[in-house]
Ligand binder design. Structure first.
Ligand code: 2NE
Length: 278
């Protein structure tokens, strides 16, 4: 893929090619751990990919072969969350902590385009949860997965446990969280935690192949399938997204447009010509 960079970021990279956006967490010195700024930049990049009507699939990955993401940067964990050091952030300058990875998780779920986690090396802690909330995971054979919360005084009781249990089952999810073991790529594939495992050298090529295959398919169908898969687990917010997509489709019909046109033309709407479908 002939990636072209876009956007001005410090902690991440945003690149596009062939209708694919690749978002890379770029803090390899800490195994791609995130700080508040990393997450704000990731959020901006996901919005950029969402708003670009040429982008059909998003890849989330980490810089280098050693890690996808190792979760929250423990060096800047304060007593109430992760404390940024941005002088323009009034919350950070007051020393107030953030847990803004949770906002990013929700954003990835709401992004109406397939998101593939491309995992080489460690996906650990909050970094493991990021791959959980992606639609698909393509793992390199050196990938290692796990949660560390109970070791480091943390937990993710939202998607990090509820959605994980949906994916691997209740017993396995509790094992992953309670014991804080690490699982290699083969074990992850065995438990349905990843879609496929490929040699490290072929990770990007294979991930791009998966993206290309989806790009050949109907973007609206993929959008509806993502919302449909999310709906039950996301409760009323999931239903809202699916319902919003129904509204989108309805707006595209002549029937909905008759209502709009009648309002604009200050006349009564004429819905008689539309069938009362069985
Ligand atoms: C990721 C892992 C298993 C990698 O191990 P290894 O042996 O390959 O590397 P090493 O030497 O541990 O790490 C290399 C450098 O990266 C730093 C390390 O401290 C080390 O720095 P130096 O000693 O070279 O200066 N590093 C790695 N992960 C870091 C992190 N998360 N924060 C800050 N520095 C980090 C191994 O490094 C590991 O287990 N890392 C910690 C994983 C972890 O516990 N993450 C936090 C979980 S809690 C969370 O993410 C969370 C949540 O639960 C709820 C809400 C929000 C966040």
């Amino acid at each position: 893929c002939d990636w072209r960079s876009a956007g001005e970021y410090q902690d991440i990279r945003y690149e596009v090619a062939e209708g694919i956006a690749k978002i890379t967490i770029n803090r390899p010195e800490v195994r791609n751990a995130f700080r508040p700024k990393t997450l704000f930049e990731l959020s901006d990049a996901f919005n950029r990919a969402r708003d670009d009507d040429q982008i059909g699939v998003i890849i989330l990955t980490g810089q280098g072969d050693l890690a996808f993401c190792s979760g929250g940067d423990q060096r800047i964990r304060g007593d109430d969350g992760y404390i940024g050091h941005d002088p323009n952030d009034p919350v950070a300058t007051k020393g107030i902590g953030r847990l803004n990875v949770l906002d990013l998780q929700v954003q990835i779920r709401r992004t109406p385009k397939p998101v593939i986690a491309m995992v080489a090396g460690y996906a650990i802690g909050g970094g493991h949860v990021l791959h959980i909330v992606c639609d698909l995971t393509v793992a390199a054979d050196n990938a290692r997965f796990g949660q560390t919360g109970p070791q480091v005084g943390s937990f993710d009781g939202g998607y990090g446990s509820g959605l994980l249990a949906r994916i691997v089952g209740q017993k396995k999810s509790r094992e992953i969280w309670y014991l804080c073991r690490q699982y290699d790529a083969a074990e992850a594939e065995e438990m349905g935690l990843v879609n496929t495992v490929v040699p490290l050298a072929e990770l990007e090529r294979e991930t791009v192949n998966w993206a290309r295959q989806m790009l050949r398919h109907s973007p609206l169908a993929l959008r509806m399938l993502k919302a449909s898969h999310n709906a039950v687990d996301d409760g009323l917010a999931g239903v809202q997204q699916l319902a919003g997509d129904s509204t989108l489709l309805f707006y595209m019909t002549e029937e909905a447009q008759e209502g709009r046109n009648a309002y604009r033309e200050k006349r009564a709407p004429d819905f008689d010509k539309f069938p009362k479908r069985p």
